[in-house]
Design a protein around this ligand. Structure first.
Ligand SMILES: NC(=O)c1ccc[n+]([C@@H]2O[C@H](COP(=O)([O-])OP(=O)(O)OC[C@H]3O[C@@H](n4cnc5c(N)ncnc54)[C@H](OP(=O)(O)O)[C@@H]3O)[C@@H](O)[C@H]2O)c1
Length: 227
């Protein structure tokens, strides 16, 4: 079990869904928001579903950040850089930041089934440039449907984790494996996050075309590759 997980931008569907699953798994969660009250209300909603023993609270993003060693970033791409710059002074050295951001073209008025080109290669690599020294970044959870995360059934999806830091990858894979139905797989270096982010755009297109909530399964690897 991880000490405390702060989910920054945790009031949206992706953050709330992850929080629900981890609260049910017994993790301690702080939901972060630009407005403390919004985060508190979101935390209460999750508590009502996960049970009164659930360890979940809500506060403003910087306070959440300063109280946790594991940070999960679930904001739209257009807010990612600004939020990380704002939080830089309060992110604890030695923290792990898990980035789930997808740079969808919808951020700039384009289609949700396309990604934007990013100078650094991916949103996760942009995040790695913006965190303080001593903070490691993993990319994960891009391909989980928030709709499914916010339900009660096990998910039918694998989570590929990309990071340049083995500890950050380990932390993210352990958290992924706490979600029922999810297997976590080491996806190699952070630069591979570019492909994870593009798969999300593909899944959005598939969901629109086929009216579903698609996910991915990686098959054919030896059992030890899956957590
Ligand atoms: N939805 C999915 O199925 C899914 C799946 C995988 C990955 N993702 C990725 O995960 C991220 C979050 O997805 P989502 O659907 O939950 O997004 P969202 O609802 O659009 O945003 C999540 C939260 O981010 C905060 N936020 C919005 N704009 C912001 C800004 N400019 N600066 C700082 N904070 C801002 C808001 O919280 P406050 O107003 O409370 O601050 C909002 O509730 C996105 O990058 C998305 O591409 C989504």
């Amino acid at each position: 079990m991880i000490k405390t997980i702060a989910i920054l931008g945790g009031t949206g569907p992706a953050g709330m869904g992850l929080a629900l699953r981890w609260a049910r798994a017994g993790e301690t969660i702080i939901l972060g928001s630009r407005e403390a009250q919004r985060a508190q209300e979101a935390a209460e909603k999750i508590k009502a579903r996960a049970g009164s023993a659930a360890r979940i609270s809500g506060t403003e993003n910087s306070a959440a950040c300063g109280a946790a060693d594991v940070l999960v970033l679930t904001v739209p791409f257009e807010g990612q850089a600004g939020l990380l710059k704002q939080l830089k002074p309060v992110i604890r050295s030695g923290s792990v930041l898990i980035d789930a951001t997808v740079a969808l073209a919808a951020s700039v008025g384009g289609r949700a089934s396309r990604t934007l080109g990013i100078w650094q290669g991916s949103a996760a690599q942009q995040a790695a440039e913006l965190v303080p020294k001593g903070v490691s970044v993993a990319a994960a959870f891009h391909n989980l449907s928030a709709e499914m995360l916010n339900g009660d059934d096990p998910l039918d999806c694998d989570v590929v984790v990309c990071s340049d830091d083995p500890n950050a990858s380990e932390v993210a894979r352990n958290l992924a494996a706490r979600i029922p139905g999810v297997r976590a797989i080491d996806g190699g270096r952070l630069e591979n996050a570019r492909m994870l982010e593009q798969i999300t755009a593909l899944l959005i297109g598939l969901n629109i075309r086929h009216k579903g909530h698609g996910g991915i399964r990686i098959t054919g690897l030896p059992p030890g590759a899956y957590r």
